[in-house]
Design a binder for this molecule. Structure first.
Ligand code: ZN
Length: 756
């Protein structure tokens, strides 16, 4: 019997959250205690999928699976940009998943995704070309190969988009079954109407395009994908596998069983969903039920389309009205709140489109003097963003020769302007239920940044144009008001200038205790820019007083810098947000530190709290290393330590000294640490710190297994369970199946007799 082919696809994506000046994500309160949603969802979904546990009946680990090795997937380029910087271990597993699937199947699991997740049928031709080219460049830079497939944002499609994909060498995409309009055999014109119920989704279809081009289209299994995404099929691994296996049995040997959902379904929407997935994948890998895992590209090579399809123009997977969800009050919404409407969608789309049209005109007219071919330069700019091409080689190939330094800088600024203008069309802005949400406000902030770069390169102020449209939109929340209110209260205050950026760099250095000495210099780096601060004068006591110097701001992928002089009177008492930072020769301009938006203050608070907490910890360790020797055994009827509350305040440092073997301890000391630790507020910090120390041990060339066991035994003696996830991950990669490490494996929670 031929095995039934199974392809499970995850679409991994996050709305763009970057600040368009610093190009980094600032704190989002709703994700706390995580810093922002990328970080939180990475911890709940992307990381667990990279290191999915399979457990035996005793709860010991049988296997840590990299699910990316066995599922088809696409990640948004903007999400991977963040992950590469902030979660490099998870990022490495994503790349490894593609590499290993390539070795196993001959085609990799990863496919590309439209760069900014824009709704392609609503984009101009130049935008479509740029979005596709940037996505392909990003993919190639990361995965080291050309992408064979492309995920369309919201599966939103029109023939022009498919044709541009085909022209760019993309071989297939994935759509929802109801996006098929009619189908016919390859060799006859016997077209019949398609419906979700009648469409045979087990094979790819050929969509014919102008000038003899074509592209293959897969239609995923709607009901099954629905059950995974919304009906709790992931609650139990055996339930999930049971459904897959029974569907497979029904159609054994008759094509591909393919399901596609948001990747975040695994672990974020359904806690432990990654374990259910890992279980199903392990069953399929073991050949249970004659199911064999594959991916779209592999299947396509083995089973070229036998039928043709025509699509519904301007259709998508999450709006039954086509693509209206991203420009009109069509009724599609994540949650329906009584009395709310989405009439704001039209004006938001119209306003951003009007701005973009003017930005494009400006780009093309100024660009005509600067680029050899301005459109071509824009389409190829993704190669610079992805690192496939250096700015120098790009400039050499695409800028007109003999430009002045100022003209070259203008060219780079125009490209950055286009990047943020494109970013303002990420589909998320229209997807949810209100104009006052974070996504529409971010889209407007990207437009604000693009307009600012336009103005710096000679374009008129487009704010009145944007506001003429925004004035027709309103939040459903009366307290947030209309489009103008949101713009004035939420968006415009985010506008940065070189002066305000300088002020933040100074406060950040202060928060981290890194302000330079007079005559010295320090730098603050964000992905979008770097600020170099020189200190010429510093007076007054430690926390306050007068400071002055010069600063230089270097923007990423631009060629000129913004330089200025500054002075800062830190107010009495030292509140860094209370004073005023003077900028320009003679301190001409006063930047009140209080202007800084909430998210950026929160980032400064985070910089401070990390720095201060680390200092406190260092101090406590120094003190407790000596003082813990003075925790004397109790006498007579003594039941607790004298001044127990004061010892308690140093609980985690005292525990650390014991666990790390810095001190030997009396029975009373251990009983005190155990008793006080039950609900100690520093418990999680401590389990994290010990976990990292254990992971550090396993990074060594030959880990000290005796010490590893000792640390875990000592932790157990005071009832502290270190967070061993990182250590287990490292162990799995480096030492599984190593007989000499067998005891360490058991200590770390792996099952006996772990196979290599
Ligand atoms: Zn709709």
């Amino acid at each position: 019997m031929t095995a039934h082919k199974l392809c499970i696809h995850g679409h991994f994506y996050q709305p763009p959250r970057e600040d368009p000046w610093m190009d980094t994500i600032f704190p989002e309160g709703s994700a706390a205690p995580a810093t922002h949603w990328n970080e939180r969802i990475c911890a709940e979904s992307y990381a667990p999928l990279a290191w999915a546990r399979r457990l035996d009946g005793q709860g010991d680990i049988i296997e840590i699976m990299n699910c990316y090795e066995f599922i088809s997937f696409n990640f948004g380029p903007t999400l991977l940009t963040w992950m590469e910087r902030q979660a490099p271990d998870v990022y490495a597993r994503v790349l490894e998943g593609d590499r290993k699937s390539m070795q196993r199947l001959g085609h990799g699991n990863a496919i590309a995704q439209i760069y900014h997740h824009v709704i392609m049928p609503l984009a101009t031709d130049l935008e479509k070309r740029a979005e596709i080219a940037w996505a392909l460049a990003d993919f190639e830079a990361r995965f080291g190969r050309r992408a064979e497939g492309m995920w369309l944002s919201e599966a939103a499609v029109d023939t022009r988009t498919l044709d541009l994909l085909a022209q760019a060498g993309v071989r297939f995409t994935i759509l929802a079954p109801r996006q098929a309009r009619e189908v016919a055999p390859l060799d006859s014109d016997d077209w019949s109407p398609a419906s979700e119920a009648s469409l045979d989704i087990r094979e790819p279809y050929l969509v014919e395009l102008p000038e003899g081009r074509s592209i293959s289209v897969y239609f995923y299994n709607g009901p099954l994908s629905q059950a995974v995404a919304f009906e709790g099929l992931l609650r139990h691994g055996d339930m999930f596998w049971g459904r897959l296996a029974s569907l497979a049995a029904q159609g054994a040997g008759q094509g591909l069983l393919a399901l596609a959902t948001d990747g975040e379904t695994y672990g974020h929407h359904f806690k432990f969903g990654e374990m259910a997935l890992a279980f199903a994948l392990s069953q399929a890998r073991a050949g249970v039920g004659e199911v064999a895992l594959t991916n779209y590209a592999t299947y396509l090579e083995q089973h070229p389309p036998k039928r043709r399809a025509r699509i519904h123009e301007n259709s998508s997977w999450s709006c039954v009205h086509g693509v209206e969800r991203w420009r009109a009050d069509c009724g599609c919404c994540a949650e329906h709140r009584p009395g709310w409407n989405q009439r704001w969608r039209g004006p938001l789309r119209d306003g951003l489109t009007a701005v973009k049209a003017r930005v494009d005109q400006h780009y093309l007219s100024r660009g005509a003097e600067l680029f050899i071919d301005a459109q071509d330069a824009l389409v190829h700019y993704g190669r610079v963003l992805s690192g496939l091409e250096t700015p120098d080689s790009f400039a050499h190939a695409r800028l007109r020769p003999g430009l002045t330094a100022a003209a070259r800088d203008t060219a780079w600024k125009l490209l950055t302007m286009e990047k943020w203008a494109l970013s303002s069309f990420a589909s998320c802005a229209w997807f949810f239920d209100d104009l006052g949400r974070i996504e529409p406000l971010n889209a407007l902030t990207f437009a604000l940044r693009a307009m600012q770069l336009g103005a710096r390169t000679g374009m008129e102020d487009l704010e009145p144009l944007l506001l003429s449209h925004l004035g027709q939109a309103a939040s459903n929340d009366p307290s947030l008001g209309g489009g103008h209110d949101l713009w004035n209260h939420e968006v415009r205050p985010r506008r940065e200038s070189p002066e305000t950026i300088l002020a933040q760099a100074l406060i950040q250095l202060w928060a981290e205790g890194d302000l330079p000495e007079p005559g010295g210099a320090s730098s603050v780096h964000w992905p979008g820019l770097s600020v170099r601060i020189e200190m010429t004068e510093a007076g007054g006591p430690a926390g306050d007083g007068h400071r002055a110097g010069r600063a230089s701001i270097l923007w990423a992928r631009e060629s000129a810098s913004d330089d200025c002089a500054w002075s800062w009177e830190l107010p009495q008492g030292g509140d860094p947000l209370a004073g005023c930072i003077r900028v320009g020769e003679g301190g001409a301009k006063c930047i009140p530190a209080a202007y800084i938006p909430w998210s950026k203050r929160q980032a400064l608070a985070l910089a401070w709290v990390r720095h201060a907490e680390a200092e406190q910890w260092r101090l406590q360790l120094t003190e407790t290393r000596l003082g813990s020797h003075l925790f004397l055994p109790y006498r007579e009827a003594q039941t607790t330590q004298t001044a127990a509350e004061r010892w308690d305040r140093m609980w985690s440092a005292l525990c650390w000294q014991w666990i790390m073997g810095e001190v030997s301890a009396s029975r009373d000391f251990l009983a005190f640490l155990t008793g006080r630790g039950k609900e100690h507020p520093e418990r999680e910090l401590l389990t994290g710190r010990v976990g990292l120390a254990v992971a550090g041990l396993l990074e060594q060339e030959r880990p000290d297994c005796h010490r590893l066991r000792q640390i875990l035994e000592r932790a157990a003696a005071v009832n502290v369970a270190p967070d061993l996830r990182a250590a287990q991950n490292t162990f799995w990669v480096r030492f599984r199946g190593d007989a000499a490490m067998d005891e360490a494996a058991r200590t770390l929670g792996f099952t006996a007799g772990l196979l290599p």
